[in-house]
Design a protein around this ligand. Sequence first.
Ligand code: SF4
Length: 282
Amino acid sequence: METQELVEKYFRPGRLPHIWCPGCGNGIITGAIVKAVDKLGLNQDETVVVSGIGCSSRSSGYLDFNTVHSAHGRALPVATGVKLSEPRLKVIVCTGDGDATAIGGNHFIHAARRNIDLTVVLFNNNIYGMTGGQYSPLTPTHSKATTAPYGTIERAFDVAKLAEAAGATFVARATTFHTQLLTDVIAKAIAHEGFSLVEAITACPISFGRQNKRGGAPDMMKWQRDHGVVLAAYNKLPEDQKEDKFPIGVLYEAEAPEYTKEYDKVIAAAQGVQRTPRSEES
Ligand code: SF4
């Protein structure tokens, strides 16, 4: 489908132009979500997008699905409630690095631990963009932020490893430079049954780039191009060359019981009946 057709089909009339700064990567990620949904042929009325608060979370307001723009850090509890009430729905969570791993950090690890069938697209711009450039748990050590004018001394999470360790059964990473890969891994994440994370590395030329002298948006895109390496090639790099690179692609995939199906078994046991999990009902 051509871009114009995608916009007309999947974006709410009258909501564009968006509020993101020139050069921001959030539109690229939102576009990749739409392309992934289209690639999978999902029913728009049976697709739900839940977001938290922050620049990334504005994405839900532009999209013509069932959407919830929830509270800061609370996208996952809201998405969990939606999925538990109607397990046949496809639920996608749009969140940022601060939203998902600081105030929402506990929700993130426990949703992963439960392996509930949600797809989290984490827009990682390395900073709190909307509120003025404070450092987040994904801000690289020594980066400057309004709350760390001399550079943060905290160590950043590797959120992909965090998700895997917490119990996620699909973990992938891509950047806004690698747009085809980004679309592909989001589609795979949505198709996967269980908790899936896509870390989408994006440029924030305003709140992160300016403070850290990263140049403009094109320079930040080139940085993504030069530092993201497809997993198979990354694994072949000598250790000293891995230091300033990061792997992209599907990083981890496993099978485990999915939470809503297990929950339905508990309901059936309590009622003393045999029943098909609701996610499999037509
Ligand atoms: Fe994008 Fe950063 Fe502007 Fe937010 S502050 S819209 S993340 S460029």
